[in-house]
Design a protein around this ligand. Structure first.
Ligand code: SF4
Ligand code: SF4
Length: 261
């Protein structure tokens, strides 16, 4: 679900190293790169696409997304579904139709980011890789950039924060090796992480907080904000897949059994 450095490929950007890149409409390659790529969509990508397109989460899923299973981890992976011509369904004559809400992978290029959980509550560890795509003329542009400027300019911080939070689920301590999810569990993953409008209906049921051990206040906060709702969905899903946290009040304590990968 979250790709590793090995899966992403490319040369590692060393600490403090800059790079030269610019993407602009006047380049001969403009718009050509929004094709032939099976872009991964993370939960926060879906949240933003839904917002940018002004559609329900179910409409975005039905209209633009395909589902597969990662053969290594067993996690459901969502990707942008290409058109019959192999183009991204969201590219128009003048560029990306959802530019302000485009997915993290589109924002991050010409870099890619791999992340792993930090030790003992520390922030996630991250690595950026240079991804020189064939035919991309942006690399010939003279504009010098630092990683920090690129992350800021591309509005990547909320995407990275949401994806780092997701690491707590996909690399859960109770996970042992490859997952073999039942169809009900796969449905729960899609519901809680991607189909937020439907998950909101579940979270709004009167006994949701009591049934699943959440505070009424945190559920109310989630119902008022898509970002908080996604966080609640992740917490709910974590309980569905791996059981309650060891410190959950009123529940049987389970000891974490070591990190599976
Ligand atoms: S190929 Fe590179 S420079 Fe050209 S439009 Fe795509 S990202 Fe921009
Ligand atoms: S979402 Fe936008 S930027 Fe990303 S591949 Fe599609 S058209 Fe290009």
């Amino acid at each position: 679900m979250i790709e590793t450095e090995e899966q992403l490929g490319g040369r590692r950007l060393e600490p403090g190293e800059g790079f030269s890149f610019a993407c602009r409409p006047g380049l001969a390659c403009f718009n050509t790169c929004c094709a032939d790529k099976r872009l991964p969509l993370f939960p926060y990508d879906l949240l933003r696409l839904r917002r940018g397109l002004g559609q329900s989460s179910a409409e975005v899923l039905a209209g633009f997304v395909e589902l597969e299973e990662d053969p290594v981890s067993g996690w459901p992976v969502l990707r942008l579904r290409l058109t019959g011509e192999g183009r991204c369904p969201l590219v128009g004559e003048t560029g990306c139709r959802v530019y302000g809400d485009r997915p993290a992978a589109c924002r991050t290029y010409p870099l890619a980011r791999a992340a792993a959980p930090g030790e003992k509550g520390q922030p996630a560890r991250e690595v950026f890789l240079l991804q020189e795509a064939p035919g991309c003329l942006g690399w010939r542009e003279p504009r010098q950039l630092s990683l920090e400027v690129w992350v800021e300019e591309q509005g990547l911080k909320p995407y990275q924060a949401a994806n780092d939070r997701l690491l707590g689920l996909v690399m859960h301590p109770r996970r042992r090796g490859r997952l073999y999810l039942t169809s009900e569990q796969t449905h729960a993953v899609i519901l809680a992480l991607y189909n937020l409008d439907v998950f909101r209906q579940l979270a709004a049921t009167p006994d949701f907080a009591r049934r699943f051990g959440f505070g009424a206040g945190s559920v109310a906060e989630a119902l008022a904000s898509d970002e908080n709702l996604l966080a609640l969905g992740q917490d709910w899903l974590t309980g569905q897949l791996f059981g309650p946290p060891a410190s959950a009040p009123g529940r049987t304590k389970k000891k974490a059994k070591g990190r599976g990968r």
